[in-house]
Ligand binder design. Structure first.
Ligand code: PMP
Length: 424
């Protein structure tokens, strides 16, 4: 893989991002060096999950080799070491999200579990018959189903703000659906299917003015945008470690301290209690109240290594680099007449969803795989937004911090081959 200098000569129509040493970044990711079906791997499935830098692999290995024990429950040296590392990881997540207090960070399996936690713990106690939860048409199933289940259980109503033809959520459309019965608004920060960046700060203001809380599903935002929950003004923020170069099975929920303090536990087990008797049990304060059982200790430690890595490169730099790739791919796809883009929002992150008239997305994905190119084909766990645009599935290319202009060119060349095979 050539570095930025060569790439600029061959493909880039835009100035490279100052100080971004792509070649070195790519060397940090061992998996990228391999060939798939004899071709260099072109990994463009980053919205599904991201590859891991060596610092994350090393953090896992070194934690197991030197510091592994269960957390919070013992007096021996290794348990203290593991507990310190686990709590340090919490502080790293706190800083990553701009959260005021480490106790506001709850480790969970990922964005899905974070949202379910809020639905079950907060939701069951604050949402009653006739109340409303407001989401948008572009949500991932993880930010639909927990609310649908809660509404069914509590006799509440799920309302859905529309998106326009560009795939944007218009503030007026959303605001029009806020009522005095709205208890919570739950929106993606970035859409995984369309790439749309939602105006979260403005939505927070509107939600609060209506007396509702705001939960933000940050699964797709955390790897691409600088997130500051205080600046965004939201009440809950959820993300998954595996989409931000960390392990799968670990993620975090941030919640305002006063909200978490008032929330009951949602799972019972070890590590989250003060005192258990058969007559009465008292619980730990947050975050431990919400972390029943042995957590994914090494996952949290490796997630912290991933977040440190991302911070070292700098999120504004990463975003600028990915924006270059997004612009390049958007321009190149416009040259193929049969390509139809889904999601042309003015504020958009590194996701390009498209169809090629006359070819099923699964066929595109399969043929591209033969070329070593990994893209996603399907409904992206966002079937309502596929319905909105009248397609069952799209092909999705999504960028990560290690993608290169050559990846864009390989994808476009692959699509031209697909086009020739199917359309002549
Ligand atoms: N929300 C969005 C916007 C997503 O893209 C995803 C993952 N595709 C999720 C939620 C769920 O994340 P996870 O499966 O890691 O819990």
């Amino acid at each position: 893989m050539a570095g930025i200098a060569t790439a600029t000569a061959t493909a880039m129509t835009h100035a490279p991002v100052a100080g971004y040493d792509l070649e070195r970044v790519r060397e940090d990711f061992p998996i990228l060096a391999q060939r798939i079906h004899g071709k260099p791997l072109v990994y463009l499935d980053n919205a599904a999950t991201t590859q891991k830098p060596r610092v994350v692999l090393d953090a896992l290995a070194s934690f197991y080799a030197t510091s592994y024990a269960n957390v919070g429950r013992g007096v021996h040296t290794l348990t203290s070491r593991a507990t310190e590392a686990y709590e340090r990881a919490r502080a790293t997540v706190q800083r990553f999200l701009g959260a005021p207090h480490p106790e506001e960070i709850v480790f969970v399996r990922g964005a899905t579990e974070a949202i379910n936690l809020v639905a079950q713990s907060w939701g069951r106690h604050h949402v009653g018959p006739g109340d409303e939860i407001l989401i948008t048409e572009l949500e991932h199933h993880s930010n639909i189903l927990p609310w649908q289940m809660l509404c069914a259980e509590r006799g509440a109503r799920l309302r859905v703000a529309p998106v326009n033809d560009r795939g944007e959520v218009e503030l007026e459309g959303l605001t029009a659906l806020l009522t005095e019965r709205t208890r919570l608004v739950a929106v993606a920060h970035v859409s995984n299917a369309l790439g749309t960046i939602l105006p979260v700060r403005e939505i927070a203001e509107k939600a609060h003015a209506a007396g509702a809380l705001l939960l933000v599903d940050g699964a797709q935002a955390a790897p691409h945008l600088e997130v500051d929950v205080q600046e965004l003004g939201c009440d809950f923020y959820a993300f998954s470690g595996h989409k931000v170069y960390g392990p799968s099975g670990i993620g975090a929920l941030w919640g305002r301290r006063e909200l978490l303090d008032a929330m009951p536990p949602w799972q019972g087990g070890g590590g989250m209690v003060m005192r258990v008797t058969f007559a009465k049990t008292t619980y730990q304060p947050p975050p431990h109240r919400f972390e029943a059982g042995t957590p994914f200790i090494e996952g949290a430690v490796a997630l912290a290594a991933a977040l440190d890595y991302v911070n070292l490169l700098g999120r504004p730099t990463i975003a600028a680099w990915e924006d270059e790739l997004l612009t390049l791919l958007t321009e190149r796809l416009a040259e193929i007449p049969e390509v139809r883009l889904f999601g042309t929002a003015r504020h958009k992150a590194a996701v390009v969803s498209f169809t090629l008239d006359g070819v099923h997305p699964h066929d595109i994905g399969t043929i591209l795989d033969r070329e070593g190119i990994a893209v996603r084909a399907g409904h992206h766990c966002a079937q309502p937004i596929m319905d909105r645009f009248g397609v069952p599935a799209t092909t999705r290319a999504s960028f990560g911090l290690y993608n290169a202009p050559e990846d864009v060119e390989a994808l476009v060349a692959g699509l031209r081959r697909v086009r020739e095979m199917f359309l002549g």
